[in-house]
Design a protein around this ligand. Structure first.
Ligand code: ADE
Ligand code: ZN
Length: 326
């Protein structure tokens, strides 16, 4: 069986990682102090004690308020660089990282400070650590379609710093179709498209159908319940649409790691791979997610190698760069 040492040493890409979800308690405390913010929590243990959630909405209720400590360009830089160091230590060679500008601009943080701080970290990480990284700008789906359109407009001076757009936050009553215009515009601007499809209830297969047939996404974030519809599984296999799965996150947000679905899709030749989602909150970076899945599903060495290979194949690197990793 693949050991943790083998998994950590295996070159991997990470394609589903929220930068704001990498805010570790010690960095949260340090940023609060630097910015003169009085937190209710004074120790790492007290911050960790606030991490109580058992579904997506209870998670998001902890997640957004924690971001108040992120104020300056340097804060965003420090957050991203800390993650990129940890990822490098876990064998990650390339990462496509989500960020949520609306979670900051709605608090009065300038859009430019968010995107330039994160981007500066990608440049320094490449030079100092050798890791390649790119940014995916997410829209908050529980905000209006107009707000998403305005956020894309705000990003137009920075398009060279962003590889694609995504859609996250609370999926209930916020279907993909709500953002069809902004995603069509993003595609015209040359950006790649992905969306979270992770609600765990009867009928969520409809959102997966919308992202494939109406939005025309290049990837789907989560989306493992696509197994409910074999005809959609065939479509993602044929089009090479990647599924970014996050087993440890699943076990918090849905009470089920979705290990059986992940293995089935892997063996069905779907480009599925393993990611950490919000590792500071769910307690596992990418290698820990592989380890958890191996322990639960008894994956073979071949399975693990295939997952890592899929992570590069489903990435938005150009073909030459991909070939260098495969
Ligand atoms: N934002 C950060 N993590 C998320 C998740 N797992 N689902 C939806 N929105 C998120
Ligand atoms: Zn996510």
């Amino acid at each position: 069986a693949p050991t943790p040492a083998f998994i950590a040493g295996l070159p991997k890409a990470e394609l589903h990682l929220h930068l704001e979800g990498t805010l570790e308690p010690d960095l949260k405390l340090a940023l609060a102090q630097r910015n003169g913010i009085e937190l209710d929590q004074k120790t790492v243990a007290e911050v960790q004690a606030t991490y109580e959630f058992n579904d997506l909405s209870s998670f998001l209720a902890v997640y957004y308020p924690a971001m108040e400590v992120l104020r300056t360009e340097q804060d965003f830089y420090d957050l991203a660089l800390a993650y990129l160091r940890r990822a490098t230590d876990q064998g990650v060679r390339h990462v496509e990282m989500f960020f949520d500008p609306q979670a900051h601009t709605t608090r009065g943080v300038p859009f430019a400070d968010v995107v330039t701080g994160y981007h500066r970290a990608t440049v320094d990480a490449r030079a100092e650590l050798g890791i390649s990284s790119a940014l995916i700008m997410c829209f908050l789906r529980d905000h209006s379609a107009e707000s998403a359109a305005q956020t894309l407009e705000a990003a137009t001076p920075y398009l060279d710093l962003i590889v694609g757009v995504g859609l996250d936050s609370d999926e209930r009553d916020n279907p993909p179709r709500k953002f069809a215009d902004t995603f069509a515009r993003a595609r015209e601007l040359g950006l790649k498209l992905t969306m979270h499809c992770d609600i765990d209830q009867v009928g969520s297969i409809e959102n997966i159908r919308q992202v494939i047939e109406e939005i025309g996404v290049d990837r789907i974030d989560h989306g493992t319940n696509i197994v409910e519809d074999p005809s959609l599984v065939a479509v993602v296999r044929e089009r090479g649409i990647g599924l970014t799965s996050c087993p440890v996150s699943n076990s918090f947000v849905t009470d089920d790691m979705k290990a059986a679905e992940i293995v089935q899709l892997l063996h069905d030749d779907v480009k599925i791979m393993i990611n950490s989602d919000d590792p500071a909150y769910f307690g596992a970076y990418v290698a820990g997610n592989y380890d958890a899945l191996v322990a639960k599903a008894g994956l073979s060495l071949d399975d693990v190698v295939r997952l890592a290979k899929n992570s590069f194949e489903a990435s938005w690197l150009d073909d030459d760069a991909k070939a260098g990793y495969l």
